[in-house]
Design a protein around this ligand. Structure first.
Ligand code: ZN
Length: 61
C-alpha cells in the first residue's frame, strides 16, 4: 500500500480559488462520506468508502 496515496488524494478535495480554499467534492448520497474528484478518464466523483461513483454533467443528446 502506497503511503503517499492518501496525501495525494487529499489535495483533490479542495481547490484554491483567489487564495481561498474551496470545497470541491460532493458528499456521497449513500454513506455521506466526502467523495474524491477525478478528471480522467471522465470527470466524476467517487466514494472511497462505499464505491459509489457519480459522473459530472449529463450526456449530450
Ligand atoms: Zn459512499
Amino acid at each position: 500500500m502506497a503511503k503517499g496515496e492518501q496525501k495525494a488524494s487529499a489535495r483533490l478535495y479542495y481547490e484554491i480559488v483567489d487564495g481561498k480554499i474551496k470545497l470541491k467534492n460532493k458528499k456521497c448520497p449513500k454513506c455521506g462520506s466526502v467523495m474524491a474528484h477525478h478528471m480522467k478518464p471522465r470527470e466524476r466523483w467517487s466514494c472511497g468508502r462505499c464505491g459509489y461513483t457519480e459522473f459530472a454533467g449529463k450526456s449530450k443528446a
